[in-house]
Design a protein around this ligand. Structure first.
Ligand SMILES: Cc1cc2nc3c(=O)[nH]c(=O)nc-3n(C[C@H](O)[C@H](O)[C@H](O)COP(=O)(O)O)c2cc1C
Length: 176
């Protein structure tokens, strides 16, 4: 089995801010607020006109999004936890509420409001989604967490030795 290692930085959504977006009926982003841009690492202009799956993180099970689309197409509100991919390949967790926007009783677009997730919940959801991906025979990764302090120490060691941080981590683990 081929094992690869990588390091990613987590961004936390501020507790008092909301990430807001709207999409057309196909999931193409039509509106993004400043918080959305700040947390995802894109500018609003880069987000508008792109499919919402631009944020799709490889750790998210496919069935979560199948359920999301079924729910909102049936006129209901979908609520759940989502791990999203930042432009710089880092990630952020959100608690999301996604639903339809109706005009004169007709579905015209979708909207989403996303907020902060406590750390314990993020760790729990990572485990739950890993299990789902395993059950569904999707590719999985084992995730472990290190503090920023340790991360920056590792990155500066790698710099001193003039190698990529990921390669440095791989060598460290292989030589354990
Ligand atoms: C209003 C709205 C908000 C969405 N927000 C996200 C999101 O934050 N992250 C995400 O990965 N998918 C989000 N989706 C779902 C995506 O459209 C897409 O289904 C998902 O990223 C999976 O990609 P795929 O359908 O190409 O497999 C959202 C959809 C809608 C309608």
């Amino acid at each position: 089995m081929d094992i690869t290692y990588d390091m990613f930085i987590e961004t936390e959504v501020p507790k008092d801010e909301l990430i807001i977006s709207r999409t057309d009926l196909k999931g193409i982003i039509t509106y993004a607020n400043e918080t959305f841009a700040k947390i995802s690492g894109y500018t609003p202009d880069e987000l508008i006109g792109k499919p919402h799956s631009i944020l799709r993180h490889p750790d998210m099970p496919k069935r979560v999004f199948t359920d999301l689309w079924e729910t909102i197409k049936n006129g209901k509100i979908w609520r759940g936890y989502v791990k999203n991919l930042r432009k710089d390949k880092g990630y952020y967790w959100v608690y999301a509420e996604v639903s339809g926007v109706y005009k004169d009783g007709k579905l015209v677009e979708y909207k989403s409001m996303r907020s902060f997730v406590p750390k314990e919940k993020r760790i729990q959801m990572q485990k739950i989604y890993d299990e789902m991906r395993l059950e569904d025979k999707e590719k999985i990764r084992e995730v472990s967490y290190i503090s920023y302090d340790v991360y920056y120490k590792m990155v500066s060691k790698a710099k001193e030795e003039n190698i990529e941080p990921t390669k440095w981590l791989e060598n460290l683990i292989k030589n354990l």
